[in-house]
Design a protein around this ligand. Sequence first.
Ligand SMILES: Cc1cc2nc3c(=O)[nH]c(=O)nc-3n(C[C@H](O)[C@H](O)[C@H](O)COP(=O)(O)OP(=O)(O)OC[C@H]3O[C@@H](n4cnc5c(N)ncnc54)[C@H](O)[C@@H]3O)c2cc1C
Length: 499
Amino acid sequence: MRKIKQKVNADCPSYEIRSDQMAVDECPSRKESDTDVIIVGAGVAGAALAHTLGKDGQRVHVIERDLTEPDRIVGELLQPGGYLKLIELGLEDCIERIDAQHVLGYALFKDGRSTRLSYPLEKFHSDVAGRSFHNGRFIQRMREKAASLPNVRLEQGTVTSLLEDNGTIKGVQYKTKTGEQLKSYAPLTIVCDGCFSNLRRSLCSPKVDSPSCFVGLVLENCQLPFPNHGHVILADPSPILFYPISGTEIRCLVDIPGKKLPSIADGEMANYLKTVVAPQVPPQLHDAFISAIDKGNIRTMPNRSMPAAPHPTPGALLMGDAFNMRHPLTGGGMTVALSDIVVLRDLLKPLRNLNDAESLCKYLESFYTLRKPVASTINTLAGALYKVFCASSDQARMEMREACFDYLSLGGVCSNGPIALLSGLNPQPLSLVLHFFAVAVYGVGRLLTPFPSPKRLWIGARLILGASSIIFPIIKAEGVRQMFFPATVPACYRAPPQE
Ligand SMILES: Cc1cc2nc3c(=O)[nH]c(=O)nc-3n(C[C@H](O)[C@H](O)[C@H](O)COP(=O)(O)OP(=O)(O)OC[C@H]3O[C@@H](n4cnc5c(N)ncnc54)[C@H](O)[C@@H]3O)c2cc1C
């Protein structure tokens, strides 16, 4: 992999430092910047974006904190909709030679019953399916591919602040591996520094919710009950996931509600996994699950969600998890990030230079609406499904969970519709709302047959109310107009700035 270290305008005069942003005095050498776009972070979004913009002829400077192969429990299952975006971006070869596994759908487990939900892939080329892999291997392949372009510079460094001049972002300050403080300037800075972003504060209103954590284990020497499928166990208190990440390894993610986890160091976590979780694991995976706990490599990650709430700022954009997050239950994060990159690429394509920051910022406001059909469908489904799939002491919520499992087990449009939404193959917000309330109505119907009683009527009413109180706040946060009526948003029709 090519790593280029270049000193960019390090001799500029004094700067006024604020928390995540710096004011930049007029610095003549800045005008000679040889960079069109700075990308902060080369994770899933940053690496894919660097290759995409580089391929379109932009001179890209990517600054990534750590260029060694990441070893993480995130971003391991790419939905088929995300795979289609990868093809659109010409990056599909990045999941070759990393022992990626085909994923053909999901299997759902509840109280000893199971049902299979296959992705509706009939209309697509035989290669189209989900893919699961080691996240670090995928990222490394994308970084290598981006760095192979002559106009992409990939450098190891930690960006410490954005450089700002009169409300316009002019570039970044960063610290190199050797501790040197450097600055880099470009007409556009795209911040892709992930879910723990330190730089997003001035570019959006980050309302981060953290409903639960995932505890990650790797299972070896076992077979999934449904090979090449993601497995979701509707467990108590909340879901457990299994999916293959290589030919010999299965990722297990155990959701634990709340922010406080049992301690790994003093064995509380192992005890929790063995006593609470293991009895709910399918018998085929039980022994491998216990061995994985005993092996001791237990990892954790907070599950965060954050609706996109940008402050359009000349000279800067947010992408990836720094911009928008959803619960990872449905494995939608990479699909949204790649879909956003396709939207941005198409908007930037007609532009020959990006120097008029004000006009560019106004033009790029359309990005926030054009991304909505895909992003808001995946985000809303993830948030709603997580709530429905958790156990509850409320009988109406438990009825909704049961109804959801039975509705999906009906097959036909009842399973194809929701799984097409989840996979990103048919990201239509209206279809999502229809299926969600179809589940609720189905649940009420089951309660009222064969004979309705006042108690059952009351539970049915609470089920509908509960369903509404799950989905409507998520839709409100996504933006009703942008989600359902994007064509009525004037920003969608902005012409590219005159050059
Ligand atoms: C537990 C869990 C499981 C998940 N599973 C899935 C899944 O199966 N499928 C799916 O599609 N999505 C999944 N997601 C979501 C997915 O991981 C993210 O949506 C995706 O990684 C976002 O990509 P990103 O580039 O924005 O962030 P990242 O991939 O996290 O990349 C951010 C990069 O920025 C770098 N960086 C950070 N700060 C700086 C700085 N100051 N200077 C320079 N570089 C910096 C980091 O080193 C990193 O390389 C999961 C999330 C979680 C929490």
